[in-house]
Design a protein around this ligand. Structure first.
Ligand SMILES: [Fe+2]
Ligand SMILES: [Fe+2]
Length: 322
């Protein structure tokens, strides 16, 4: 079964018949006068949309959960942006997964070619060998598809690659200000810092945690992967510096890192990581499907709501991410 109508094209007043979406959330609630209703969030490869199933229609809707794929009838109403009033919902098994998975807006092969170019430019033979060891065929394919997060930032196919690619560009942009910084370590650190995320999440129609990922976390798993792939003749102190970058990239113990960055190279990876994840979170809230009100909802990761500026650029040049 194929989609006919995508979320980005929904218009208030549209009627939808038999359209296919992935379920992002499905929550039973009760109104103030105690009538049951369901809050639902649906997705396809063009975005996400919120919806409601009011009490009179609940009998026409199957119980579903995150990750299921459904076919629905609905009308599109206005409630801080489009919202679906769903009158009929059933689970389906046959669908085109590419129509439903959210994907980076940037070309995956082009991003990978840029990352590969940075890897090829690494002069330190040990760091270069380490990257060669990590990026066998299977890991390369996984790295190109992986998401950088479960929710919040870069939470889509190609998100990990996009996040790392953006950080490499940030590092390249300021390298002349700090000529003594070891850019081979910074670039290797950026490319590998979230490598554990490939094994932390599984992407189907939505992004879910793998048990191992939930129990061990991507910081430990990333350090483990680097350790397993260290070239035999790599000096021990250099190996420690690259593992230090992985372990400290979240900046502080409260954010999941066992230690704070203690080298300028580790600090660089940490600040670019924060810059990329915060900018992506903010940008997606402003231009994404989070509504059209003057202020966004409170965003815990940014510890504020955001203002939707009327001065937003009309530009849509995708060669420059932000
Ligand atoms: Fe991370
Ligand atoms: Fe990161």
């Amino acid at each position: 079964m194929s989609k006919k109508l995508y979320i980005k094209d929904l218009k208030v007043g549209d009627s939808i018949f038999g359209e296919i979406f992935a379920v992002k959330s499905f929550t039973r609630k009760a109104s103030r006068n105690n009538k049951p209703y369901i809050d639902i969030e649906l997705a396809d490869n063009s975005g996400t949309v919120r919806g409601k199933i009011w009490s009179d229609d609940i009998a026409n809707c199957e119980e579903v959960e995150e990750g299921d794929v459904v076919e629905i009838n609905a009308t599109v109403e206005e409630y801080n942006g489009p919202q679906l009033n769903i009158t009929n919902l059933k689970k389906i098994d046959k669908y085109e997964i590419g129509e439903l998975q959210q994907k980076s807006q940037f070309d995956i092969e082009k991003m990978w070619a840029d990352v590969k170019k940075t890897m090829d430019g690494i002069k330190n033979p040990h760091l270069k060998k380490l990257l060669d060891n990590v990026f066998d065929k299977e890991t390369t394919e996984l790295y190109k598809k992986a998401a950088a997060a479960y929710r919040v930032h870069h939470a889509y196919v190609g998100g990990l690659l996009e996040h790392s690619w953006e950080m490499l560009k940030m590092a390249d942009g300021v390298k002349d200000h700090y000529p003594k910084i070891n850019m081979d370590l910074v670039n290797t650190g950026i490319i590998l810092h979230d490598i554990g995320k490939m094994e932390e999440y599984v992407i189907t129609t939505t992004i879910g945690f793998i048990d191992r990922g939930k129990l061990l976390g991507h910081i430990y798993m990333g350090a483990e992967k680097v350790k397993e792939n260290l070239p035999k003749d790599m000096p021990e102190d250099l190996a420690e510096e690259i593992i230090h970058i992985i372990l400290s990239h979240h900046g502080e113990p409260g954010m999941g890192s066992p230690i704070r960055p203690m080298t300028t190279e580790a600090l660089a990876v940490h600040v670019f990581d924060v810059a990329s994840s915060k900018m992506n979170t903010a940008y997606n809230h402003i231009v994404g499907d989070y509504g059209t009100d003057k202020y966004t909802p409170y965003i815990p990761q940014l510890e504020t709501e955001l203002y939707r500026s009327p001065y937003l650029s009309e530009e849509t040049n995708l060669d420059t991410p932000f």
